[in-house]
Write a protein that binds this ligand. Structure first.
Ligand SMILES: Cc1cc2nc3c(=O)[nH]c(=O)nc-3n(C[C@H](O)[C@H](O)[C@H](O)COP(=O)(O)O)c2cc1C
Length: 346
């Protein structure tokens, strides 16, 4: 029998914790361990596939100690044994920078918001500058006599998390998607075919995709649908109710106690990372998240104009969404969620 071979995950970070202990973290799998200098030396040999004998030849550690340490590292998903765990390395078109990947996964795994970890007082929401002098700007009301619709919508925009007994209609859903997410035009550029949409996107790369989870809109099937922005169509992708229940529970848990019930529709927003990273490389992820802000604001404004209840969700659930939509999360993954309902009457 051939001896087992080992390789380290490409997504390991090491740092020293507050007690000065060496810690390794696999951001891709959200696992962490305090390790000794000797274990670090073992990991260091595993930039290429090696068996216990080969590691022992390099480090002069006993095979028994090595086998024990390797078993521990396998359990913590820090290293691979014989084959690459498919969740770590698959055939995908992006070579993820470990720092970017850490940030992307942090949005799913991070955010427990423990009060105990907050240092000092909440920072001031406004900046107080020492100015040389101050100039009070003219009243904005002096330019236009009447408020335009846009300015009224901007003033009225707010996050609403409590819903009435009535439900969003399929016409309202269509209106929102059309005015915030559709493809308005296609054009050719030196950097490939690009699109025009209602919101802005860095380099017009438009990496974001919208999936509609229908909880209670009548006229369309329950389940998760891909919004086809070119033909303004919903394509049903998965009717599996257990994923839908799991995701709704995730939302209700994150939001507790702010909401009275599940929203009528959830927009799950994913990014096809390569569209932006192909051109912008390490700048890519920050552009993608800036695009997300543009899309959110556009959806907020259209929903406000329609007197509906909009609200985004900051935390992501990449694992559920990847399984639900059958995505390779290195290629396309969850970056945002937007909820929609009819506001509860005040
Ligand atoms: C990126 C982003 C993430 C947000 N995440 C959440 C969230 O997880 N839960 C929530 O209830 N509101 C969320 N919101 C809404 C904010 O709480 C809200 O915009 C803020 O409190 C200001 O209130 P307003 O939108 O009513 O003006 C989010 C907003 C943004 C822009």
């Amino acid at each position: 029998m051939k001896p087992s071979r080992y390789l380290r995950s490409p997504f390991l970070f090491s740092f020293w914790n507050n007690e000065g202990k060496l810690v390794i973290y696999n951001y891709n799998r959200n696992t962490m361990a305090e390790i000794s200098d000797d274990v670090m030396k073992i990991i260091d040999t595993l930039s290429q596939w090696r068996n216990v004998q080969q590691i022992s030849d390099i480090l002069d550690f006993s095979k028994k100690d090595l086998t024990r340490a390797l078993g521990h590292l396998i359990r913590l998903k820090m290293i691979h044994k014989n084959t690459l765990a498919d969740e770590d390395i698959q055939s995908h078109s992006i070579v993820w920078d470990p720092i970017d990947l850490a940030m992307q996964r942090q949005r799913s795994y991070g955010g427990r918001f423990a009060m105990s970890k907050r240092l000092g007082k909440s920072p001031s929401p406004v900046k107080h500058v020492k100015a040389i002098s101050s100039f009070v700007l003219p009243s904005p009301g002096n330019i236009h006599d009447n408020k335009s619709t846009l300015l009224k919508v901007l003033d009225d925009r707010k996050s609403i998390r409590r819903y009435s007994d009535r439900h969003v209609s399929v016409d309202q859903l269509s209106y929102l998607l059309y005015h915030s997410g559709r493809i308005k035009g296609i054009f050719k550029s030196k950097e490939g075919t690009l699109t025009k949409r209602p919101y802005a996107s860095g380099g017009a790369r438009y990496p974001l995709e919208i999936y509609v989870v229908n909880n209670s809109i009548s006229g369309i099937q329950k389940g998760i649908h891909y919004y086809d922005p070119l033909d303004h169509k919903l394509n049903l992708i998965n009717k599996n109710t257990s994923f839908q229940k799991r995701f709704n529970k995730f939302i209700m848990d994150v939001q507790h106690p702010l909401m009275n019930r599940e929203p009528d529709a959830l927009f799950i927003i994913t990014a096809v990372f390569a569209r932006t990273m192909w051109k912008y490389e390490k700048l890519g992820l920050s552009l993608i998240l800036s695009d997300l802000g543009c899309l959110y604001q556009t959806m907020y404004l259209v929903a406000t104009e329609m007197n509906l209840a909009p609200c985004p969700i900051g935390k992501t659930d990449e694992e559920t969404v990847s399984k639900w939509l059958n995505l390779n999360w290195f290629e396309e993954s969850h970056v945002g969620t937007f909820m929609l309902g009819v506001p509860k009457e005040a």
